[in-house]
Structure formats: structure tokens, C-alpha cells
Design a binder for this molecule. Structure first.
Ligand SMILES: NC(=O)c1ccc[n+]([C@@H]2O[C@H](COP(=O)([O-])OP(=O)(O)OC[C@H]3O[C@@H](n4cnc5c(N)ncnc54)[C@H](O)[C@@H]3O)[C@@H](O)[C@H]2O)c1
Length: 300
């Protein structure tokens, strides 16, 4: 039986995709669940669904890029349920295009949500979990951060998203090492999905009004079309990925992959930098994709 059974979970990005699927699993495991998300209507309907499964739910609307709102999430969690055994720092947004074509607002939005959202979650919840562990030698906790395969390789035309997810990999590997210095009761995990059908390709729906998007450039339109196709044709389901998150917590495994075969590209990158040689063609396995992308970008 998993140590998370009957415990307390905090999930960001809980209204859709991996977050919602995780709440479904947490409900089946008898957990009390804090469902945190920025999208109020989706959060309300997700809350109704999870409550109908019999789970006590505290919905919490927040913008994870704002430190004070993540701090308020932690305070409300403590008041309502207690110290969470599972913190899933999962909320994220996608944005593509050539790296020099991101506007300042694009950078602020993507780095704010994907990277600072995770940093706030780690900063705010880890000390609470360590205190609970110190007070009770039986207490166990898990922190899962969602990065991406984009955190392990640098696929072109995905600019700020790659940067943000590499940062999440770094936070999470460091968290793993730092926790090992001070406890055996709280563990870190890193989720690196490849393309999985969720709402991630429609992230602009949650872009805040104070960070308006500029009219899209050619590269951004191409990136959007590619991500629409890749995400919606993904063969692995979000429900499967969420189950692998819980399995990894039960088995204390750090790296969680949705598509282990895609790790070949990570190996190529590591060989590039160790050889050292210039970065390999990311389209070597499917050259027609590279040809098509170059043609589209150059306007042929
Ligand atoms: N689906 C994929 O192919 C894929 C691949 C790699 C990584 N990821 C990552 O998985 C994570 C979950 O995304 P998903 O695929 O389930 O997409 P999704 O869009 O279905 O779910 C993301 C959820 O995060 C919420 N959210 C967005 N911005 C927020 C903010 N500022 N504050 C709070 N909540 C916010 C959204 O409202 C949404 O409910 C993201 O970090 C994403 O980058 C997804």
C-alpha cells in the first residue's frame, strides 16, 4: 500500500490534464485534496467531479507565478487539512517560436508560471513537510515537479518553454540532493512528459490580461500548429502519466518519463556536450520535419 493512501495532496494545475487525472487517482486513494488552478470555471467543474468521487476537496484559485498566492495556498492547506504528504507542482503553460521573437511579456509569463511557480511551491511547502517529518518518524512526503522532455533537450522553435523546463529539472535535481542531506522521509520526483493529449497547446486561454500577447509572428504560428498536432495525436494518456506519478512516489523513483524511447535524444545531447561537438540535428531521425520547418520559417 502506498504511503500516500489516506493522506493530503496539493495539486497545482488541478483543473485539467495531468493535474486533474492526479486528483482522480488521489480521490480513489482516499486522500484529502487541495485543487489549485488559475482557471475558475474549469476548477469549479473539476472540484464537483472529484467531490462526487467521495474525496474532501478544497478548491483554491491562484496564479502560481505570484509568491504571495502560493504562500496563501500553503496557509489555507494547513488550516483546512494539515501538512500535505504530496505536493504536485504541476501547473504550466506552453509557448513557442524563435527564441529572439518572444516579447518581454512572453518571457515573464512562461518563466513566471513554469519556473517561478515551481520555485514558490518548493520554497513554501518543503519546510512544512520537513517539520512534519521531524515531529513524526512515520510521516512521509513527496514533492513532484512537472518539467518536460523540453527540460532535457533543446528542441528548436520552443524558446522560453525550453528555458523554463530546464530550470525545473535543475530545481528538482537540486531538491533531491538537498533533501537527502537532511531527511529520509521527504522525497523529490521529476515528471518529464513528452507529447500527451491535454489542454497544454491551448495555454493562451489562461494568459493574464496584464501580460497580453503580441500579434503572433510566423515562427509562433508554426510552433502553435506543430504543438496542436503533436499534443492532440499523442498516444499515451494523461491518466497513464498520472498513475506513473503515484507509482514513482510509492517506489521512491525520481525520474518519471511518459515516453522512455524519446530519451535517445537526451543521450545524443549528452554525447554532443561530452565529445564535445556542435549540437546535433534534432531532426536526424525524421529529416522531412526539419526540411518542412526550415521551408516554413524562410517563407518558401
Ligand atoms: N501535455 C503535454 O504534452 C506536456 C508535455 C510536457 C510537459 N507538460 C507539462 O505538464 C504540466 C501540466 O500541463 P497539462 O499538459 O496537464 O496541460 P493542461 O493545460 O491540460 O493543464 C494545465 C493546468 O494548469 C493551469 N494553469 C495554467 N497557468 C496557471 C497559473 N499561472 N497558475 C495556476 N494554474 C495554472 C491551467 O488552468 C490548467 O488547468 C505543465 O507544466 C506542462 O508544461 C505537458
Amino acid at each position: 500500500m502506498s504511503h500516500l493512501q489516506g493522506g493530503i495532496a496539493v495539486v497545482t494545475g488541478a483543473a485539467s490534464g495531468f493535474g486533474l487525472e492526479s486528483c482522480r487517482i488521489a480521490a480513489r486513494m482516499g486522500m484529502r485534496i487541495v485543487m489549485a488552478d488559475v482557471q475558475a470555471d474549469a476548477l469549479a467543474s473539476a472540484q464537483r467531479e472529484i467531490e462526487a468521487l467521495g474525496a474532501p476537496v478544497m478548491p483554491f484559485r491562484l496564479e502560481v507565478s505570484r509568491a504571495a498566492e502560493v504562500e496563501a495556498l500553503a496557509a489555507a492547506t494547513l488550516r483546512h487539512f494539515g501538512t500535505p504528504n504530496l505536493v504536485f507542482n504541476n501547473a504550466g503553460v506552453g509557448a513557442g517560436g524563435l527564441i529572439w521573437e518572444h516579447t518581454l511579456k512572453d518571457w515573464e509569463w512562461v518563466i513566471g508560471v513554469n519556473l517561478m511557480g515551481v520555485a514558490h511551491g518548493v520554497r513554501v511547502f518543503t519546510p512544512l513537510m520537513l517539520a512534519a517529518a521531524q515531529a513524526d518518524p512515520e510521516w512521509r512526503g513527496d514533492i513532484v515537479n512537472t518539467a518536460s522532455m523540453a527540460g532535457l533537450v533543446n528542441t528548436p522553435n520552443m524558446g522560453a518553454y525550453n528555458v523554463s523546463k530546464h530550470g525545473v529539472v535543475s530545481i528538482s535535481e537540486t531538491l533531491y540532493q538537498d533533501l537527502a542531506l537532511v531527511t529520509e522521509q521527504v522525497h523529490a520526483h521529476l515528471l518529464c512528459p513528452f507529447f500527451v493529449p491535454t489542454g497544454i497547446h491551448q495555454s493562451a486561454r489562461n494568459r493574464p490580461p496584464e501580460m497580453p500577447a503580441a500579434p503572433p509572428t510566423r515562427s509562433q504560428l508554426i510552433a502553435q500548429a506543430m504543438s496542436d498536432k503533436a499534443v492532440s495525436s499523442g498516444k499515451v494518456s494523461a491518466a497513464q502519466v498520472a498513475q506513473w506519478v503515484f507509482d514513482a512516489c510509492a517506489d521512491n523513483r525520481f525520474y518519471i518519463y511518459s515516453h522512455p524511447k524519446s530519451l535517445a535524444s537526451v543521450q545524443t545531447r549528452l554525447e554532443d556536450l561530452l565529445t564535445p561537438r556542435n549540437p546535433s540535428d534534432p531532426f536526424a531521425a525524421r529529416p522531412e520535419l526539419g526540411v518542412q520547418l526550415r521551408q516554413q520559417l524562410r517563407g518558401f
